[in-house]
Design a binder for this molecule. Structure first.
Ligand code: ARG
Length: 524
């Protein structure tokens, strides 16, 4: 159930000055009178008041009753396709905590876009054309085949150490990089093997996180297509050949750095391969939205990419979007994989789960229950801690705070949901009759009503933190309602109404947590 209001009406977050307000600055009494007449809210409106240059509209019990009866809003399918490019770790090394944000953020964007009507394609574009893959390839040639990812990490550390001592290796690595970037068939076959082996590690983590992809591809698979893109930019006259034979494009007049698209030795670059990837996605999916989530270090890269697509006259260049997010740190400081000083993502997840177990120790459950709860609380905590922050901002993990049941945490939300469900298990009655609502009931219902608007905004602006913060407010409103209004012990008519309110809130909170990928618990 939705009340239709036109754009000049502000939908208020809380009800202090009514649910809706119309700014009337500088308007005459006559004009304000006219605005009042145009409001067509019928029985949904209780009263309207002019205060501090705003016409404040208060909604009626009738509105709340109808809202309470209506199901959770469902968005119709919009016949649009969104490709969401996220996670995209580099092959040859295990995932570290830096990849976590793209994975979790992208997954939530995918869920949000799907909820508001898009057909979504989760796309994982693995970095397998860079120096570390070449290094690994060399390590495997030198020290023999690897059977699993641990052996791969060992090799990676070993070859890096050797590289420090033996400068000659650099030349060998460079040669391999060149072969990859030129699209040498035999080398690409070796890369493919490494990519597949690496993916096993990634997949284990994705499973733990409950994240899935629809298409997985390696950067190296775009090299031949990237070369075709180079031909196209030359033919269309938007790039030039330099003195050494390199292909470059001038972007300065668009306020962006000039850049090379192909080196004089015929190798392609990350940017060139992304041109090919965009074209590939367009050919395959005819997307309405082509979205990328990466660290903000790549902001410029994506500006260049989208600009070049535009210069190429690609109709889809306007359908591309990128969000660059801030850094993720542990309290202990910066991370590096180079020397094996790697903070593995799996260890981070483990630590979150252990912290969660500490937290629930006091509450006396069986071991099995504890494990289940700790897992869901720990994983949920990591996700929510990342998602409640605006993407461009940095995030620092604090395991103790993250898993706490109090504060702005997922555990608090999970617990609210468990409480609501346990009330509902004891009550089965259908709602009926005439309802009047007190302020706390209305406050909570109004928060529920805002869900649809928030989800839409979070999806369209690529801002899951709007939803995360909204859910905290929804839960706070529920706590206030529940503290002051008996539900199961209320007399008959009140009881029915309040059960319906609890059910409504449960449904909203559950849907919201699902969109953030936070696990839902039966008991905790
Ligand atoms: N593999 C890259 C990195 O870790 C991220 C790739 C993002 N996606 C893309 N289409 N460029 O830095």
């Amino acid at each position: 159930m939705r009340i239709e209001v036109d754009e000049k009406i502000k939908i208020n977050e809380d009800r202090r000055f009514g649910e809706l307000s119309i700014p009337c600055f500088g308007k005459s009494e006559e004009e304000i009178g006219k605005i009042k007449e145009e409001i067509k809210l019928g029985k949904n409106m209780d009263k309207i008041e002019l205060k501090n240059n705003y016409l404040n509209i208060y909604l009626s019990d009738e509105f709340y009753k109808n809202f309470l009866k209506a199901p959770l809003p469902a968005f119709p399918k919009n016949n649009k396709t969104a490709v969401i490019d996220y996670s995209c770790p580099n092959v040859g090394k295990p995932l570290h905590v830096g990849h976590l944000r793209s994975t979790i953020y992208g997954d939530s964007i995918k869920k949000l876009l799907n909820y508001v009507g898009y057909k979504t394609i989760g796309f994982n574009y693995l970095g397998d054309a860079g120096k570390q893959v070449a290094l690994l390839l060399l390590a495997i040639r030198k020290y023999g085949e690897v059977k699993n990812e641990n052996e791969m990490l060992e090799r990676y550390v070993k070859i890096n150490e050797e590289l420090k001592e033996n400068q000659k290796l650099e030349a060998e690595v460079r040669e391999i990089v060149e072969k990859i970037e030129k699209g040498d068939e035999r080398t690409l076959k070796e890369v493919e093997k490494i990519r597949n082996l690496s993916y096993g590690t990634f997949e284990r983590v994705y499973k733990k996180l409950g994240v899935e992809f629809d298409e997985i591809m390696g950067e190296s698979q775009m090299i031949l297509k990237a070369k075709k893109m180079v031909v196209e930019v030359l033919e269309k006259g938007i790039a030039k050949k330099g003195g050494e034979g390199e292909i470059f494009i001038e972007l300065e007049k668009y306020g962006l750095p000039n850049t090379i698209l192909m080196r004089s030795n015929g190798t392609t670059l990350y940017l060139t391969r992304d041109l090919a990837l965009a074209e590939y996605k367009w050919e395959k999916y005819k997307f309405d939205l082509n979205f990328y989530a990466t660290a903000s270090a790549q902001n410029l890269h994506f500006k260049q990419l989208f600009k070049i697509l535009e210069l190429l006259g690609k109709e889809y260049s306007k359908k591309c979007a990128h969000v660059g997010f801030g850094l993720v740190g542990l309290e202990s400081g910066k991370l590096s994989t180079r020397e094996g000083r790697v903070v593995l993502l799996e260890e981070t997840l483990k630590k979150a789960v252990e912290s969660a177990r500490e937290e629930i120790k006091i509450k006396g459950y069986s071991e099995e229950e504890k494990n289940k709860i700790a897992e869901a609380v720990g994983i949920g905590a990591i996700k929510f801690w990342l998602l409640k922050v605006s993407p461009e901002k940095n995030v620092i993990f604090n395991f103790k705070k993250m898993v706490s049941f109090e504060g702005d945490t997922s555990a608090y939300l999970q617990y609210t949901l468990v409480r609501a469900n346990s009330i509902l298990r004891k009550a089965t009655e259908e709602m009926e009759g005439k309802f009047e609502f007190n302020e706390e009931e209305k406050n909570l219902l109004w928060k529920n009503y805002l869900f649809e608007k928030i989800v839409k905004e979070a999806a369209e602006k690529f801002k899951p933190h709007l939803l995360a913060n909204y859910l905290l407010k929804l839960s706070a409103a529920f706590s206030i309602f529940y503290e002051n209004n008996p539900v199961l012990k209320a007399e008959k008519a009140e009881r029915k109404k309040r059960i319906a309110i609890v059910k409504k809130t449960r449904d909203t909170l559950k849907a919201g947590l699902e969109l953030l990928g936070v696990p839902i618990l039966e008991k905790m």
